[in-house]
Design a protein around this ligand. Structure first.
Ligand SMILES: [Zn+2]
Length: 399
């Protein structure tokens, strides 16, 4: 038994700190590890050598700021994580290793009216097929991250009421998938996973405070505060779509009036174009027409941007994030929507908060959520198993 505070338990704690930092970032130089963990350069150097000798990490030469450096990542064959994303109309699965490399990824359409059981069946099939196709050792799966387009109760893991997938209300997606796959499964909503995906792989790299805004059938935000997703005690943090913009505005599905969502979500915005453009438009087609120069679509996209900007300004005043990343189809509109967002932020946020903010489009498009699910699985796995080698027994089975 190790005494807390003894040399060996301190050493073990330092090993875990370094492994955790590398696991969350994908790869770091030794200088970055020292900065992230607060350990001295000499300690980091010794620990990295020990982890490399033990096969837990790989070290490759790189350059940082024009100087030679050593990039440290977890060994690719040390373990596997799986991301599963249930979207509004699709199912997407990705297989990744602990070095943050995506080994396989596939999406298929999923009927929103299908039962939850059918969704779980399809996800199980796709996971098993991709695992088999990549040839990875099934015993090396460290965990699964699971994304659902609805509110998850943090305590019980139950999916709350959602107008998008009514047949799923009351199910426990993580419990169900864990029973089927026989590995730990961690679940979160699509906005939080989009935030994690962009933070680790996309437009949020290198920042610790970020808001990911996704405009689809609803409007949600994933909030990253000091490097971690902020969920709140009930898991409902980030409901930016229900900020009140106009007390006498349209009635929202939440029962209030003039919520941000009633000025930005597809079901409210598309009808504005019906008299001029006819029915059958989607947000995707409006964005495409706006990019092609259609004045009505440009106006609608700009108005949506200004309204999102009002919400973002409130967010800035409260949380002072350094970056806001816009995801979903709307991000494809680029400056047509980002410009008006920045304009509103400039008008409504306090200058000190607005000055530090950059507003960027998501870099991952429709992959943000499934990559975020991989990041969730990576962030939830413990380092003990990794350091004790129980995940690293078999030889690498994939190339
Ligand atoms: Zn509302």
């Amino acid at each position: 038994m190790e005494t807390p505070g003894s040399q060996s338990s301190l050493h073990r704690a330092n090993l875990e700190r370094v492994v955790r930092a590398v696991r969350l970032a994908g790869s770091l130089t030794q200088a970055e590890i020292a900065r992230t963990t607060g350990l001295s350069a000499a300690t980091v150097s010794n620990i990295v050598r020990e982890l490399k000798d033990g096969g837990t990490v790989e070290v490759t030469p790189t350059s940082a700021g024009g100087r030679r450096a050593r990039s440290v990542s977890l060994s690719g064959d040390a373990g596997i994580v799986i991301g599963v994303d249930f979207g509004h109309t699709h199912l997407r699965v990705a297989i990744g290793n602990l070095a943050h490399q995506v080994l396989a990824e596939e999406a298929e359409p999923l009927d929103v009216d299908a039962s939850a059981a059918q969704g779980f069946d399809r996800a199980e099939e796709l996971v098993e097929r991709l695992v088999a196709a990549t040839g990875v050792d099934r015993t090396k799966v460290a965990g699964v991250g699971l994304g659902v387009p609805g509110p998850i109760d943090v305590e019980s893991g139950t999916l709350g009421s959602t107008s998008i997938l009514p047949g799923w209300t009351g199910t426990k997606p993580a419990e169900e998938m864990s029973r089927r796959l026989g590995v730990p499964v961690h679940v979160d909503n699509d906005a939080n996973l989009g935030a994690l995906g962009e933070l680790v792989w996309g437009s949020g790299r290198g920042v610790k405070d970020l808001a990911y805004i996704k405009v689809a059938s609803g409007v949600g935000a994933g909030l990253v505060i000091d490097g971690k997703i902020y969920r709140g005690p009930g898991g409902t943090a980030g409901e930016i779509g229900h900020i009140t913009l106009d007390e006498s505005g349209p009635v929202c599905r939440c029962g209030n009036r003039g919520c941000l969502e009633t000025f930005t979500a597809a079901r409210y915005v598309l009808p504005l174009l019906e008299s001029s453009h006819g029915t059958g438009l989607t947000m995707e087609s409006v964005v495409r027409l706006a990019r092609d120069g259609d004045p009505g679509c440009r106006r609608v996209i700009a108005d949506v941007g200004r309204h999102i900007g009002s919400g973002v300004a409130n967010l800035c005043n409260l949380l002072n994030p350094s970056r806001v990343v816009l995801g979903g189809d709307l991000a494809e509109a680029g400056e047509l929507v980002l410009g008006p967002i920045r304009e509103s932020v400039g008008r409504y946020a306090i200058p000190s908060a607005a000055r530090q903010l950059s507003v960027l489009p998501g870099a991952l498009g429709g992959r943000a959520e499934v990559l975020g699910a991989l990041a969730l699985a990576l962030s939830e796995m413990g380092d003990s198993t990794l350091l004790d080698g129980s995940l690293a027994v078999a030889a690498p089975a994939f190339t």
